[in-house]
Design a protein around this ligand. Structure first.
Ligand code: SAH
Length: 361
């Protein structure tokens, strides 16, 4: 039983079951008890590890990808923004790797969108000396050419979940028995937001929506279509959401998402199709895998180069990190990447146009 569970149980007793999206938002971002609001969850001592924390190669290659895209669009004065920057490791590696790109450090400023005060402080320590500004939402970013990166950000945005019934959709809601929180389902009802999913689902199927992703994509699209730039989004998920992907991670293991609210990381797979659809003013790439993207950006050569200076346990760790980032049985295919640019603008390196037959890989 956590303090947040008691608080939510009281609220549910007073006002009825909560939407899953409200539950997820409280668990992650409640200012006193929220998971991200109160801790640094990353690393061996935390609950999960992310690609930039596994190896510097991830940030170096993503940095050069974004810088090349910036050069391809005429190297304007611009902003480089990251949403959900965690410990700031990705941005620090990007900034270091782009030092040698002519003009980049003179014309680009850094913008970090972060909800957690604990992680803002960690990012500030990592980015000391860099021209960085923090914002609460993507909407607060300046109106300027924008290069945007997000790794494992969209999976942390709250989702709603629906089960298809013969006579409509039943929404997953969170109720309480005493202080114990339990999931339940609303009675079936038609839902306009899911009208386009009637054709590809049958009774019993589960569909997820991420309403919070839409305004983020809208703000990105408005800037990139109006001023230039590119967005690169990396996360686990696929094209077209289907099935229950709501999950909790605690101590590097799956946990019951309703057992310890505020103590476990809650995520859902990202529906990249929904992200692309929420930015109709932009052109999107084919969805690619993290492994294919990193290989196209030259990770094998970079890994080889770094390996030359290493031996013993450090070399073993480096080789394991390379495998972890790229191998199909590790993060290589579970994690996907999508790029979005203004119509007619070149895609960033490593990304291919989506085929007219279908946008998936
Ligand atoms: N990108 C980092 C961290 C991923 S964890 C990495 O790859 O290591 C998710 C990050 O998103 C954390 O920094 C978390 O505090 C932040 N976050 C979650 N929800 C957010 C929201 N609604 N607005 C801003 N930041 C959010």
């Amino acid at each position: 039983m956590t303090a947040l569970a008691a608080l939510l149980a009281r609220r549910i007793a007073a006002t009825g079951p909560m939407r899953l999206s409200d539950y997820m938002a409280e668990c992650l971002l409640n200012p006193q008890h929220g998971y991200y609001a109160t801790r640094d969850p990353l690393g061996a001592a935390g609950d999960f590890i992310t690609a930039p924390e596994i190896s510097q190669m991830f940030g170096e290659l993503i940095g050069l990808c974004l810088a090349q895209s910036w050069l391809d669009q005429g190297a304007p004065r611009a902003i480089l923004a990251e949403a959900g920057p965690g410990r700031g490791t990705l941005m620090a590696d990007i900034w270091r790797a782009t030092r040698a790109v002519p003009g980049f450090h003179d014309r680009v400023t850094l913008h970090l969108i972060e909800a957690s005060p604990v992680l803002r402080a960690a990012q500030g320590r990592r980015l000391q000396g860099a021209p960085a500004t923090w914002h609460d939402t993507v909407d607060d970013l300046p109106q300027a050419p924008l290069w945007f990166i997000a790794n494992e950000f969209f999976d942390a945005l709250p989702i709603r979940q629906f089960h298809r019934a013969p006579d409509g959709w039943r929404e997953v809601v969170v109720g309480a028995q005493g202080d114990r929180l339990t999931p339940g389902l609303t009675p079936a009802a038609p839902l306009a937001d899911l009208a386009d999913r009637l054709a590809d689902t049958v009774a019993g199927d589960v569909v997820e929506l991420c309403p919070a992703a839409r305004p983020v994509m809208g703000a990105l699209a408005q800037r990139i279509a109006g001023h230039g730039g590119a967005a690169v989004i990396i996360d686990y998920g696929g094209w077209h959401s289907l099935g229950d992907t709501f999950q909790a991670l605690q101590d590097h293991a799956f946990a019951d998402p309703f057992a310890n609210p505020g103590r476990a990381d809650l995520t859902a797979h990202v529906d990249f199709e929904a992200l692309a659809r929420a930015a109709p003013a932009l052109t999107h790439s084919a969805l690619t895998t993290q492994g294919a993207l990193l290989r196209a950006l030259g990770i094998d050569a970079r890994a080889h180069r770094l390996a030359q200076g290493l031996s013993g346990a450090a070399l073993d760790r480096h080789l394991a990190a390379h495998r972890r980032l790229t191998h199909a049985q590790e993060m290589g295919t579970l994690f996907k990447a999508l790029a979005l640019v203004a119509p007619g603008a070149p895609l960033p390196p490593g990304f291919a146009p989506h085929s007219p037959k279908g946008p998936e890989t």
